[in-house]
Design a protein around this ligand. Structure first.
Ligand code: MG
Length: 375
């Protein structure tokens, strides 16, 4: 393929409410939109780390630097002909930056072939079930109000964030108020092995799963806990690559895997984890950071693959953000997201919204002669 240029645009969109998890809180969403122009078409991707750096070590700043100084020069010099080439050139590391550029090439390829992204990924068009996620609130009454406000959109399950001191009481109150709704919790690594006896008490709440209770690399600890608890454990932070997932399955660390395009460094890696889990009989679901619309749209397309068996964390654009940079915005109706018709992701970038929320922009043109970078 003949790459003309690659453009980076850093956008920042205010959240409708602060998002607090066990490790920190954010009130704005940063995303870096990567656009690849080649062969007369354009593909968009999103690199989307948390600005607080509390989910992973990556920040918007480090991701921008890694894209402009490492990955984009490497891609322009490497002259990829296929997605396989793109992945080989990008190598390992920098998962969020990597995801931004790798997914842009998937979107580009789907546009070139005139097919929807889900078809390019090997999925089939179908509505995708969406689940509501809510953060940690200062009080139980605020938590219940938030759940009530958003559940009217018909979400197919509720996920609440937990941490030591904020688990059995909110769960008791949620069960009391909302009855037998499909319910799960996410701890974002907030507990330790010392909490295993306490975590066993969560069995009584009939949860679909407990997501990442223990530290990210403690696969053995998760296996110890899973052996003593009926509720399935799900790895998120700990499912950092194919090897970690393979080891987790072998150890019995979990019974479910959360697949995040950002954490895994792109769609090719996400599909590889999906396929590995399918072979092992371990169901998966599509998580989010949450990303802005470009990243979330890709997660929706990915979630059409066969082993995605639980609702995705992708929600309505306006659930988290005061506005979104895509047209149409993502909408949840009766708890389902229906993918628009069209090639690629079929959610178009809205140039006016990009201008409105843009923090900085930089373009990298492919040199006609040497493949080196010019700005
Ligand atoms: Mg999680």
């Amino acid at each position: 393929m003949k790459i003309e240029k690659i453009t980076l645009r850093h956008v920042r969109v205010p959240l409708v409410e602060p998002f607090r998890i066990s490790n920190g809180s954010v009130s704005e969403k940063d995303g870096i939109i990567v656009s690849v122009f080649a062969d007369g078409v354009t593909g968009h991707g999103e690199a989307s780390p948390m600005s607080g750096s509390f989910y992973s070590g990556e920040t918007p700043e480090s991701t921008w630097t890694s894209l402009r100084e490492e990955l984009i020069p490497r891609i322009l010099a490497g002259r990829p002909e296929s997605i396989g080439d793109v992945n080989a050139i990008l190598g390992d590391g920098n998962p969020f930056a990597r995801a931004g550029i790798e997914t842009a090439f998937w979107d580009l390829q789907a546009h070139k072939d005139g097919v929807p992204l889900y078809a390019a990924l090997g999925g089939t068009r179908r509505p995708v079930e969406s689940g509501l996620a809510v953060g940690i609130y200062p009080s139980i009454s605020e938590l219940l109000r938030a759940v009530e406000k958003y559940l009217v959109e018909g979400y197919r399950r509720l996920k609440i964030k937990v941490e030591p001191g904020w688990d059995t009481q909110p769960l008791t109150e949620v069960r009391k108020r909302f009855g037998d709704i499909p319910l799960m919790v996410d701890a974002n690594c907030a507990y330790t092995r010392g909490h295993i006896d306490h975590l066993k008490s969560l069995d009584e709440f009939g949860l679909i799963m407990i997501e990442q209770p223990l530290p990210r690399n403690d696969l053995e600890g998760h296996a110890l806990l899973q052996a003593q608890i009926r509720t399935p454990l799900c790895l998120d932070e700990g499912a950092e690559d194919l090897n970690a997932v393979r080891k987790a399955i072998a150890l019995g660390s979990c019974r479910i895997i959360n697949i995040k395009i950002q954490r895994l460094g792109g769609l090719t890696n996400a599909i590889a984890v999906h396929d590995l889990c399918a072979e092992a009989g371990v169901p998966v679901w599509a998580g989010t950071m949450p990303e802005l619309g470009i990243g979330c749209a890709q997660a929706i397309h990915l979630a059409t693959l066969g082993n995605f068996r639980y609702p995705t964390d992708v929600e309505s654009s306006l659930r988290w953000f005061v506005d979104d940079i895509i047209d149409p915005m993502i909408r949840v109706t009766d708890g389902m997201i229906r993918i628009p018709e069209g090639a690629g992701s079929a959610y178009r970038l809205d140039p006016g919204k990009i201008r409105k929320f843009m923090v900085r922009e930089e373009s990298f043109a492919a040199s006609q002669t040497s493949g080196s970078t010019v700005h």
